[in-house]
Write a protein that binds this ligand. Structure first.
Ligand code: DAH
Length: 358
């Protein structure tokens, strides 16, 4: 009995002293292993007289249970401590401030283009695009600007080197060429807007050799000048966000429209500031007209059956006006400080429902 009690306290002490799982396992083997101290005692039962065995056996079983439980508890405790130590050492400090992220900006031209597209998309227009490098036919001839026509000189065209067959490609001088490409490739009715880069050999405070236009074209059997006015009025109202914009159509000349007009809107110039929609001044914002029957015929459309209207507008200048940007040339300087100041937040997409202007 005494041996049992002594062994129990010895083993409990050894278990209590085991600092890690390996040490604990060593104690377990030395107690409960095949040749362990508890196991040897159990084996001793066989040599005992029945009376004695009856008395000792329950004690030994009790010892075995006490030691087994103590080892299990110590093991759980060591595991818990190990886990805690690991959590402490692998802790990620989520309170650290995030590293500054270099967010890009949307260029005012892209922003304003998106705003314009949003307005016309709402009226049922789709977007058409065409190549910046054009041929003579699409940029001029099909638009009723034959060779030797003075309008060709007016456009200050950038030409590419002459090809062997004598033809020369050019950088498109307006987005009107995409009217032709659309009418050649698809069946009417047409209702498109065409945003894009255009080029003319021009450079001063209000002209850059590369600039941006947006073209509109409607071709069907019934659209007339009244529809043209209605569409453009709705555009001005939505774009400048004023309830009513007084508009004026001045007779003009473009080879590809007949009749042709330039459209002005009411405004007030006050220094470098401009107020749209009211005042004593007029500002020209686009050219427009009814598509010339000759243009339709160039595209294989019967002018006795179809008719429609078109317009072309510079994007850069109305972007300057709307967002108070003073110098046109800064648009194309690629100065990141400028873009940070005048640019727009990415993904803050203009929508009629969510707000068009920023
Ligand atoms: N293409 C003309 C220009 O660049 C603008 C223009 C005027 C386009 C009248 C049109 C139009 O579609 O009908 O000056």
């Amino acid at each position: 009995m005494q041996d049992i009690n002594k062994l129990e306290s010895e083993l409990l002490e050894e278990i209590g002293n085991a600092r890690d799982l390996d040490a604990l396992e060593a104690v377990r083997i030395s107690a409960m292993g095949k040749k362990g101290r508890v196991s040897l005692m159990m084996r001793g039962l066989g040599q005992m007289a029945p009376e004695e065995r009856k008395e000792i056996a329950p004690k030994l079983n009790q010892l075995k249970k006490v030691i087994g439980d103590a080892i299990d508890n110590a093991k759980a405790e060591l595991n818990r401590a190990a886990m805690e130590a690991r959590l402490a050492s692998e802790r990620v400090d989520v309170t650290l401030p995030v590293r500054p992220e270099n967010k890009g900006r949307i260029h005012p031209i892209s922003q304003v283009t998106d705003e314009i597209i949003e307005i016309f998309a709402d009226m049922g227009f789709s977007i058409a695009e065409g190549p910046d490098i054009e041929d003579d036919f699409h940029n001029f001839t099909a638009l009723n600007i034959p060779p030797e026509h003075p309008a060709r000189q007016m456009h200050d065209t950038f030409y590419l080197p002459q090809k062997e067959d004598g033809s020369r490609q050019l950088l498109r001088t307006h987005t009107s060429s995409v009217q032709i490409r659309t009418m050649e490739n698809k069946q009417p009715p047409h209702r498109i807007v065409v945003p894009g880069r255009t080029y003319r050999s021009d450079s001063d405070q209000t002209h850059t050799p590369m600039f941006n236009q947006i073209e509109g074209l409607v071709i069907d059997k019934t659209s007339h000048m009244g529809h043209l006015k209605g569409v453009l009025k709705e555009f001005c109202r939505a774009f400048f966000e004023v309830d009513d914009v007084e508009m004026r159509f001045r007779p003009s000349y473009f080879p590809f429209t007949e009749p042709s007009a330039e459209m002005d809107i009411r405004c007030t110039f006050a220094g470098d500031h401009i107020k749209i929609g009211e005042g004593d001044d007029w500002m020209e914002i686009l050219g427009c007209g009814m598509v010339n029957p000759k243009v339709l015929a160039h595209c294989g459309i019967d002018p006795n059956e179809y008719q429609g209207f078109a317009w072309g507008m510079g994007i850069d200048r109305i972007a300057m006006l709307k967002y108070g940007i003073p110098d046109l040339r800064a648009f194309f300087d690629c100065d990141l400080r400028w873009l940070k100041h005048y640019g727009f937040v990415p993904l803050d997409v203009p929508t009629l429902g969510g707000g068009l202007s920023r």
